[in-house]
Design a protein around this ligand. Structure first.
Ligand code: ZN
Length: 304
């Protein structure tokens, strides 16, 4: 695969949670080693591609990756992010309701806001919502099509004022970051005291992740995912930075039946081909259902 090509720039990193260099390899996926820290249990890719190389995938193709149609392309990103808008909005809407229960409406920052679907919901719900997104393609859509206040910058470069946000959301992003701990530190700075942080990320401690092993979709995304948190390691990282954990819940998402069948085929082609025929015959393809395989988690924490 592309990552194994000569000339790629690799780096070895220490554990992002406890700084230890002592780890053991637990898996190899598409030429990438996934290791577990012997001291704190954090699971991460090591060695890994350097940041500039890592970020090359976040272009238009990231949101329209043909790998979902069975091509041999590296598996990452989305099959068709904009086409999935209603499914994604339904998923986010559920999450926004939870946030509204935990935090008074005010200023919100969505980190890695992609096309701005969550921001749009938050804005329409009365939040003063801003977003940052490093993919220029997605950023332009959020800015020009949805007319949202978004910045094509990293958090560090955006230079937001300290103690200025009531809530920060970071959905399906932290597992991609070269230095999650620094990002959480930055988030802590810009949050107001008692401000709310909501993080969604795959949970490698989940039963599904353990059963599926190398076949777990989130692990197959090893070209983009470089950290695999469990409830325990994410909690430890948050507490080390003086966040108070409020609650953890499993995070499902809405899928149309046709999309679900397609994704299922990545795991079991025969069974999901059969299910596809049934849903075709019954005319169920456009029906939207909430699916929760209990392998992603959303953690809510408060700045102390
Ligand atoms: Zn460690």
């Amino acid at each position: 695969m592309e990552a194994a090509e000569k000339g790629d720039i690799w780096e070895f990193v220490s554990c992002n949670l406890c700084n230890s260099d002592s780890s053991k390899k637990i898996m190899e996926v598409n030429g990438f080693n996934i290791v577990k820290c012997k001291k704190c249990g954090l699971i991460y890719v090591n060695p890994r591609l350097k940041e500039n190389k890592l970020h090359q995938i976040y272009n238009e193709g990231y949101f329209n990756n043909q790998a979902f149609n069975g091509s041999e392309l590296p598996f990452y990103g989305y099959e068709g992010y904009i086409e999935e808008k209603e499914d994604i909005r339904a998923t986010f809407s559920r999450r926004l309701k939870r946030i509204n229960k935990l935090c008074r409406k005010g200023r919100l920052l969505d980190i890695g806001c992609a096309f701005g679907f969550f921001l749009e919901l938050a804005r329409d719900d009365g939040w003063d919502a801003k977003g940052i997104e490093i993919s220029e393609h997605a950023y332009k859509y959020a800015k020009n099509v949805l007319k949202l206040p978004v910045f094509n910058k990293t958090l560090e470069k955006a230079e937001f004022k300290q103690n200025s946000f009531d809530a920060v959301t970071i959905f399906d992003v932290i597992e991609h970051l070269p230095d999650p701990k620094s990002m959480l530190k930055e988030i802590r700075k810009i949050l107001k005291p008692n401000g709310l942080l909501a993080i969604t990320t795959p949970n490698i401690g989940s039963i599904a992740a353990r059963l599926l092993g190398k076949n777990w979709e989130e692990v197959k995304r090893v070209r983009e995912h470089i950290y695999f948190f469990s409830e325990d390691t994410l909690k430890k990282m948050l507490e080390s930075l003086n966040f108070e954990l409020l609650k953890t819940e499993s995070a499902g998402r809405f899928f149309s039946v046709s999309m679900l069948v397609k994704r299922g085929k990545l795991y079991n082609k025969n069974i999901f081909t059969a299910i596809g025929k049934v849903s075709n015959a019954l005319g169920l393809n456009n029906k939207r259902i909430y699916v929760n395989p209990y392998y992603k988690m959303t953690m809510y924490a408060r700045k102390m």
